[in-house]
Ligand binder design. Structure first.
Ligand SMILES: NC(=O)c1ccc[n+]([C@@H]2O[C@H](COP(=O)([O-])OP(=O)(O)OC[C@H]3O[C@@H](n4cnc5c(N)ncnc54)[C@H](OP(=O)(O)O)[C@@H]3O)[C@@H](O)[C@H]2O)c1
Length: 241
């Protein structure tokens, strides 16, 4: 694969695994990060040791529209082209009724909806030129709800909606798809109790958590599937059934 892929939030966890999957398929990868500089730099070094000049890391706070635009510009100049954008970065925390503020709204809408949409706008002409693709990472729970997460879920629902509308608006040159993960990893900085874990597994017909690799493989599949656009691939062990 002689392609250049920008993955947001790719210093750790699911984003990192997506970057590894595309790198292993021969792509050059642009690893976006916000706070996880050490992880991002170290990860790029590892990849460049395996294949020189094939990975670069770029910092941006996606809550800041100027940084979103700078990220797009720097990503474009990094390897001279971009074939694929994977909107994976996300802020996730509860916003119980009575407690949330406009800052919470901005933080949850920023990384989960506004930044992905504006990144696409900044990059669509280049993606058009390369007959490229966008993959938006949403969440299986937008159709089921998670208690006290109304703002996060509204943002992910918006991301799901723009996946469909932009698939039409940007066709035929650019394919726009989404992946909706189910229970893959515990949220950052949280460890589930056995009881919490069992409660989650009860809702998953395959009776196990997914892995980062399940999402990464789905992303590579969508990138390679030239007749699929506007679709959401549920990678959730059957949870949505
Ligand atoms: N984990 C799951 O089981 C699960 C379930 C359903 C959906 N998903 C979705 O799958 C994707 C990956 O999940 P994950 O659990 O691996 O994500 P995560 O660890 O919660 O977040 C990924 C990265 O997003 C970046 N990020 C957050 N806010 C940002 C901001 N304002 N500006 C720039 N970067 C920001 C962070 O980068 P830095 O560390 O560099 O700051 C973080 O490492 C997300 O879209 C998530 O919503 C995950």
């Amino acid at each position: 694969m002689n392609k250049v892929i920008l993955i947001t939030g790719a210093a750790k966890r699911i984003g990192k695994e997506i970057a590894k999957e595309f790198f292993s398929a021969g792509a050059k990868v642009i690893i976006h990060f916000n706070n996880s500089e050490e992880d991002a730099v170290h990860f790029c070094e590892e990849l460049n040791e395996i294949r020189p000049s094939s990975a670069i890391s770029l910092q941006a706070n996606l809550d800041d529209i100027n940084e979103v635009k700078a990220l797009a510009h720097n990503a474009l100049t990094a390897f001279g082209k971009i074939d694929g954008l994977i909107n994976n970065a996300s802020t996730f925390y509860p916003t119980p009724m009575g407690d949330f503020t406009t800052q919470d709204w901005d933080a949850l809408m920023g990384s989960n909806l506004k930044a992905p949409l504006f990144l696409i706008q900044e990059l669509y002409q280049e993606l058009k030129k390369q007959s490229g693709f966008v993959i938006n990472v949403t969440d299986i729970n937008i159709n089921r709800s998670i208690p006290n997460h109304s703002i996060y879920l509204a943002a992910k629902s918006g991301l799901s909606s723009i996946t469909q509308s932009l698939a039409k608006d940007l066709a035929p040159e650019i394919r726009v798809n989404a992946i909706a993960p189910g229970a893959i990893l515990e949220p950052p900085h949280k460890t589930w109790t056995e009881e919490e874990k069992n409660n989650i597994l009860r809702t998953v017909p395959l009776n196990k958590m997914g892995t980062e690799s399940d999402i990464a493989k789905a992303a590579l599949f969508l990138a390679d599937s030239l007749y699929i656009t506007g679709q959401t691939l549920n990678v959730d062990g059957g949870k949505s059934l």
